[in-house]
Design a protein around this ligand. Sequence first.
Ligand code: FE2
Length: 425
Amino acid sequence: MQVFKNAVLRKCKRTEAGTELYDLFVENGVFTRICPAGEVSVPESAEIKDLHGRLVMAPYVESHIHLDYIYTMDPTVEAGTLFGAINQWSDTKKTLTVEDIKKKAYQGIEMEMRHGVQFIRTHVDVTDPNFTALRALLEVKEELKDIVEIQLIAFPQEGYYAYKNGDQLVEEALKLGCDVVGGIPHFEFSRELGEKSVKKAFELAQKYDRLVDIHCDETDDQDSKFVEEIATQAYYTGIGSRAAASHTCAMGSYNNAYAYKMMTKFRQSGINFISCPTENTYLQGRYDGYPMRRGITRIDELIAAGCNVSLGQDSISDPWYPLGNGNLIHQVDYAIHQAHMMSIPQLYKCMDMITDNGAATLQIQDHYGIEEGKPANLIELDARNEIDAVRERADVLLSVHNGRILLEKEPSSIRIDLPIHEQDR
Ligand code: FE2
C-alpha cells in the first residue's frame, strides 16, 4: 500500500482557519481511499509520502503537440509564418529517418514528463507515402505505454487534396493504428476543398470509429470559417464531443454578431476547442503591423458559453516555433493574460485547461482524475493552491502513474539576505 499524506486537492475547502488536507491511499496502482487527513490510520507497512500541504492534481494532459517535429527547426531559416513553416517542413521531412524521429520524440516526451504530463495527443504528419513519422511514433507509443498514454492523429500536414492522394494516406494511417482523424482545411486550395476535407475527416471517423481533431482556421483571415463545418458535422453525425477544433485563431477576428451566433452552435455540437497560446501569438498577427491581433481564439467567451477548451504546447523547436519546453503551465499563464481571465474564480479554474478539459478532449475521463477506483495518477506541485501555482509557474515535484513514481524532485530552496522582520514573512 502507498499513502500520499497531507495533500491539498482542488476540491479542498479553503477557510480562514486553513485549507483542508487529504490522504490518498493506493493499492495495486489504484486509488482505494481518499479521505480527510488523519481520518484513517496508516498501516506500518505502507509506503508513505508526506506532501506537506502542497497542491496535488490529476496529471497534465498535452492535448496538442507534434512529436515528429521536435528539434527540426533549421536555424538558418526564420519562417515566422504558418505557411512559411509548412514549406520548410516539406523539405526537412524528406531527410528524416525513423530513428531520427524516434530520438527527437523521446526527447520531447521526456521534457513533457519532466513537467508533469502523462497523457499526450500528438499529430503525426501522414502526407508521406513512406509513413516515416508514423512508423516512428507507433513504435514510441508502444514502447512507452506503461508510463505515458499517447494518442496519434493521422494529420495530413500538406492537405487531403493539396497533397497528392492525401485523403488516401489519412485512411491508410487509420488502418495502421492512428486513434484520431486530422485535417487542415485552411491549407487546401479552395474553400470548397477545405469543406470537403472536413466532411471526409468525419466520414473516416465514422467508418473506422475514431475521434476527430482538425487544425482549423489557423489564420487571422476573418473569412476562414471551417469551424462552422466541424460543428455541423459533429452535430449531424452524432460524433459531438469526440471531435475537436484546434487553433481556430480566425475566431479572434470574426465580427461579434457572427461569433455570438456560433457560440450557441458550438455548444450544441459538443465540439472541443484546443488553443496553443505561445505558438499562435508568435505565428499570427504577422501581416498586421500595429495595432496587432493576439492570434488566439476566443478562449474566455468559449468557456463562458459552456464549451470545453484545453491548451497545448504545439511545438518544441520546430519550423513553426523556436522555443517550447513542454511545460504546460506556461500555456496557462499566456492564456489567462491574453484572454483576460484573471478574476479569482477564473484563476482557481485556470488549471482545468491543462488537466480536466484536456482529458475531456482526449475522451479519457473514464480513467482520469483523483477519485476512488481510478488509476493512481497524480502530480504534486510546489505550490499551496492554483493561484500560487500559475503565478510561480510552479515546479512539479512528484509525478505518479498507476502508483509508479515517474518523477521526484526536491522543492527548491533559496536563502536571500534581506532585512525583513520575521513577523512580516
Ligand atoms: Fe499544430
